[in-house]
Write a protein that binds this ligand. Structure first.
Ligand SMILES: *Cc1c(COP(=O)(O)O)cnc(C)c1O
Length: 289
């Protein structure tokens, strides 16, 4: 490992300052059939009702899996939703919100900085030149997928005297369009992350394959869990990241059955988005949903 390559190595505080056809039965337990059809939440009560319904589904999935519901964190995802709706969600109890695009998140954070307990989690692909923005305000970043980005984030965080909880994004579906590290690259990546003092590596994050086929969705979640378990055995770079961020409105129950500790849920709480998923994940085949 090129320890002195400043592009690819985090400087530590102590060492240096530089630092798809669908069969109905198969997806009976996914909710991809709801895609784009969730009713819009328009009042605090709507949000309370939706949150309660999602929590109930989380509990039921936990029960099936013999898990404690407190081991699953619900991350509401507010991307594309306007300030008015976010304020309603906040009043209903949402204090950490997921946003896919950093610029959108930053604008919302500024517009709602009067809500002092409101924190932001950036869950979408980040370009290196926007690392500075994330370093400034985010409390969590779930799409870490390159060393250059890690180094840049670390540097900017040190400058802000901040730290950031991060999740390494893993491509478990092998779809070319998807972001994230290939499975075999994750352990070496964790080793390289050693020294990024400002990054608290909490776990792994993935998006399942865009399909209604539950077996294929489940296989993605299983891959992530097995990788996490392998990492816990090896502790590469000294890291033992326990968290598994997997599952969205259409598939979070399956994810919980397979070990998810964080589920990222947008539409089942906020209602359907007007922007198609292709906007966030260029290249995905919409007909497979
Ligand atoms: C939008 C988004 C979600 C939530 O998707 P929903 O279908 O609204 O639940 C989860 N993860 C990421 C990375 C997202 O961009």
């Amino acid at each position: 490992m090129p320890v002195h390559d400043p592009e690819n190595t985090c400087s530590t505080r102590t060492l240096s300052s530089e630092a798809d056809a669908v069969e109905t039965e198969k997806h009976a337990r996914t909710r991809h059939d709801m895609h784009g059809q969730w009713p819009r939440a328009e009042s605090v009560q709507d949000f309370r009702d939706n949150l309660l319904a999602v929590r109930k589904r989380i509990e039921q999935a936990c029960e099936r899996a013999g898990r404690d519901p407190s081991s699953v964190r619900l991350l509401p995802v507010s991307k594309t939703m306007d300030e008015k709706h976010i304020r309603l969600a906040h009043e209903a109890g949402c204090t950490l919100l997921g946003e896919n695009k950093v610029q959108e998140a930053w604008q919302k954070a500024q517009a709602m900085n009067d809500l002092t307990d409101l924190k932001w989690s950036v869950i979408g692909h980040l370009q290196r030149n926007k690392a500075r923005v994330v370093a400034r305000f985010a409390s969590e970043f779930q799409a870490l997928d390159s060393m250059r980005l890690a180094v840049e984030l670390d540097k900017r965080l040190l400058a802000e005297d901040r730290s950031l909880d991060v999740y390494v994004q893993v491509n478990t579906s092998e779809e070319e369009s998807k972001y994230g590290l290939a499975l075999p690259d994750v352990i070496p990546f964790l080793e390289q992350l050693r020294g990024c003092d400002a990054l608290n590596v909490k776990g792994l994050m993935t998006l399942a394959e865009f399909t209604r086929d539950e077996a294929r969705i489940r296989a993605c979640f299983v891959r992530l869990r097995e990788l996490r378990d392998h990492i816990l055995d090896l502790e590469p770079g000294g890291y033992s990241p326990h968290e598994l961020s997997m599952g969205m409105s259409g598939d979070f129950e399956v994810a919980i059955e397979e070990g998810a500790t964080v589920v990222r849920v947008g539409q089942a709480i906020f209602g359907a988005r007007s922007l198609p998923d292709e906007y966030f994940w260029p290249g995905i085949k919409g007909e497979n949903r």
